[in-house]
Ligand binder design. Structure first.
Ligand code: ZN
Length: 249
């Protein structure tokens, strides 16, 4: 058993929360019962995840995408009311870690995705150093990298071919990191792996020769929250379960 505030403090230090400028509050977003014995992790604090976690007996939920974001109008209506009502009625704590959970050197979304691709983080690039660069054991063809991603993420990426060069340096950043593509090109990448693509990046890939692989926002961010939650659970001797709510985006 761990007290909710102790867990908040521990995670704040583990994930170096204070180092990041973020789009929402990191840490305990919704206060529930004081004692945490069962922790459920998931990607997003959706109603489906909240309900599944409550059914699983969660005292706390740890997610990458929490409830509160810059730009919201602050009203508790519609989907926000439903999610908050379920959490508060069940007295369940909600912890959310956005950029700190992407960035952690071992447990973060980027490190965990790299690990599954056989890539260590050798250097970082882009705003707040969230982008990662690594070298495959052997140069890859684009087809081989695409096949590897499909195998690890269970969905086929959207691929924009570059100039067909062997891929010696891979840049990656999970989630909606299409805005990091130009920094990845400048950092010397032969291919860029992320979750999403927007219209301009297809042209940048064709014009710079750097291949672009969009592998799904949710699909690329499924590994960090359970890695952090499993670490916390073993550290404090509490139960943990990851619940994946599938998302085609
Ligand atoms: Zn995300």
């Amino acid at each position: 058993m761990i007290h909710r505030d102790e867990m908040d403090t521990y995670l704040k230090g583990l994930l170096a929360v204070d180092r990041f400028r973020d789009y929402g509050p990191n840490g305990l977003q919704v206060e529930g019962k004081p004692e945490v014995r069962t922790l459920v992790s998931g990607v997003t604090a959706s109603l489906a995840l909240i309900e599944a976690a409550i059914d699983a007996g969660a005292d706390a939920i740890l997610v990458h995408h929490g409830l509160f974001w810059r730009g919201q109008d602050g009203r508790v209506v519609g989907w926000m009311k439903k999610r908050l009502h379920r959490l508060l009625a069940a007295d369940v704590n909600l912890y959310a870690y956005h950029l700190p959970l992407d960035a952690h050197a071992e447990l973060g979304n980027n490190a965990q995705l790299g690990h599954r691709l056989g890539l260590n983080i050798e250097s970082r690039f882009g705003e707040q150093d969230l982008g990662c660069l690594g070298t495959p054991a052997q140069p890859l063809t684009l087809a081989a990298l695409s096949t590897l991603l499909q195998a690890r993420l269970s969905r086929s990426p959207v691929v924009v071919e570059g100039d067909g060069r062997p891929i010696r340096r891979v840049a990656w950043c999970t989630g909606g990191a299409q805005g990091y593509f130009e920094a990845a090109i400048a950092a010397g990448a032969d291919a860029f792996v992320t979750g999403e693509i927007s219209e301009p990046q297809a042209h940048y890939a064709r014009e710079t020769g750097v291949a672009y692989l969009a592998c799904g926002h949710h699909a690329t961010e499924r590994f960090g929250a359970p890695a952090v939650a499993a670490h916390v659970a073993s550290h404090f001797g509490i139960e943990h379960r990851f619940i994946d709510v599938d998302n085609p985006a």
